[in-house]
Write a protein that binds this ligand. Structure first.
Ligand code: AMP
Ligand code: ZN
Length: 119
């Protein structure tokens, strides 16, 4: 999608701090971190929100979770833990309308935190 910032990041037309990528997904640092480790996991192809996921997207949705596992390993938090969050539509706190999963971690001794964008 021409005007979508995350499509531009996926195509590397806009720079980002990439932590992991493969042919279908990308993981990069949030520009406004709300946790010591705040990453965004996106499908490279445009899906605007959870509400727009179709049956044929199932492979890329699995890839997003596998990317979360690999990222956790890479960031050294696989065992200590991390939080995955998806904001859905404006009322759910979604500001960028390209599907993304927030990967949040790095707190010391903090296990139960507020999810950004949630009331
Ligand atoms: P949401 O409110 O769930 O739509 O989250 C949007 C996320 O995208 C927030 O964490 C923003 O900080 C992040 N964000 C927006 N623009 C950029 C960008 N150009 N590079 C990296 N992260 C971004
Ligand atoms: Zn997009």
């Amino acid at each position: 999608m021409a005007e979508c910032i995350f499509c531009k990041i996926a195509e590397k037309k806009v720079p980002s701090a990439i932590v992991y990528e493969d042919s279908s997904v990308m993981v990069f640092r949030s520009i406004k971190p709300l946790a010591p480790i705040h990453l965004l996991i996106i499908p490279k192809r445009h899906i605007s929100s959870v509400n727009e996921i179709k049956e044929e997207d199932k492979d890329v949705i699995l890839e997003m979770f596998l990317a979360a596992q690999k990222t956790a390993e890479k960031m050294g938090v696989k065992r200590s833990g991390y939080k995955l969050a998806v904001n859905v539509e404006k009322g759910g706190g979604q500001e960028v309308f390209h599907l993304h999963m927030h990967f949040l971690s790095g707190w010391e001794g903090e296990k139960d935190i507020d999810v950004p964008g949630m009331p």
